[in-house]
Design a protein around this ligand. Sequence first.
Ligand code: ASP
Ligand code: CP
Length: 310
Amino acid sequence: MQPQRHLLAIEGMYPPEIGQLLDLAESYALLNRSGKTQRDLLRGRTLINLFFEDSTRTRTSFELAGKRLGADVINMSVSASSVNKGETLLDTAATLNAMQCDLLVVRHDQSGAPALLAQKVDAAVINAGDGTHEHPTQALLDALTIRRRRGRLDGLTVAICGDIAHSRVARSNIYLLTTMGAAVRLVGPPTLMPAGAERLGLQVFHDMDAGLEGVDIVMMLRLQRERMTRGLVPSAREFFRFYGLDAARLARARPDALVMHPGPMNRGVEIDSAVADDPARSLIREQVEMGVAVRMAVLDVLGRRQIRNV
Ligand code: ASP
Ligand code: CP
């Protein structure tokens, strides 16, 4: 097993690699809670956040994670960059490369953009979400959140619900959860289901009540309207009626089932506020907290490899 220089996808990762990253992230989660977060691990290293798509959680938590490990962190504002003057993605990356950036965190609307950059720059590239392809750090933080609450991933049944076809979060979670021994159900309308889901060994449900029956974890997804080229859902109100999560629907799941959402949420569209804000059932805030710990672990591992490569 070759140590990876970049983090581009969960697909292809082995259980020990995932397990080790989660263990390291767990130690950062404890450290963050203790308030002792200043470390010198990445002192003198430069991290650039290059986000071609909007973000609240991912960009902020990579910034925090980098700073907590002592790196110099630059948030490039793409909307105010020379991309607007016609500079290409590759030329932008080559420019940042010439400034000797060590870690490049990239979000892009085109699937495969971070992988392309990884071939062109010396920096370690981290995929912060590319099109409908993957969002690997989201799946890692989701796994850490589940593992902390349930003590394990294997043997659990997780229902991923809503707009699965356009969701990179769903894709990364499907790879991670099945690799780690969990059973994954996909729940949503046929128009929002990816082709070939059954071939991956996943159970597909178009009826939400049936899909939630007896599950341990309910993972809700936003309608990714920015990626829909045509109207695939009738209306927000109609979608909520059939696929929205409220307390009555949640009652179909195990009595101790937990609710997750990667954010941003559209309340009243895919999830009801009473469920999203229920501290006994909702893990949504903890997911955000674990996002910082997971990103510290990823920067730690890739940043150290990067140091050895210099
Ligand atoms: N924030 C996640 C993503 O960028 C999920 C979403 O936007 O709905 O993929
Ligand atoms: N979950 C997630 O990636 O959120 P942002 O789009 O706000 O980064």
